[in-house]
Write a new protein. Structure first.
Length: 125
């Protein structure tokens, strides 16, 4: 599974690939919005807290915040919605998206994470 970790304070991001299933247990059986400790990813990530902001599954369907379903849902999306970028003015499209409730996390291919608390911030508090 790939993890796309972004640092909003510095504006950089890092893509890491994790093959060990035991390191990913903290991300299984979670919803899309919670903050999760990144200590299980290794020594480099001790003290970091990450916010799950999205993801894709192996078939390529994106996760969408606010869709309280386990499986795929077809939504009519327009400008301003996540998971869709219109090509023309006023264009809308019926797209399949995955709900934000995660039951079988092994189907995931990519998680998008955002660092909310780093080592330096937690030591200053």
């Amino acid at each position: 599974m790939k993890l796309n970790i972004s640092f909003p304070v510095t504006g950089c991001q890092k893509l890491i690939e994790v093959d060990d299933e035991r390191k990913l247990w903290t991300f299984y059986e979670t919803w899309m919005a919670p903050e999760v400790s990144a200590d299980a990813l290794g020594e480099d990530w001790k003290g970091y807290v990450v916010h799950i902001s999205g993801g894709n599954e192996k078939q390529g369907f994106p996760m969408k915040q606010g869709v309280l379903a386990h499986g795929h849902v077809r939504l009519l999306l327009s400008k301003g919605h996540s998971c869709y970028r219109p090509r023309r003015t006023g264009e809308r499209k019926l797209k399949s998206v995955r709900g934000c409730i995660e039951q079988i996390a092994k189907r995931r291919r990519l998680y998008s994470l955002r660092v909310s608390t780093s080592k330096s911030e937690s030591s200053q508090k």
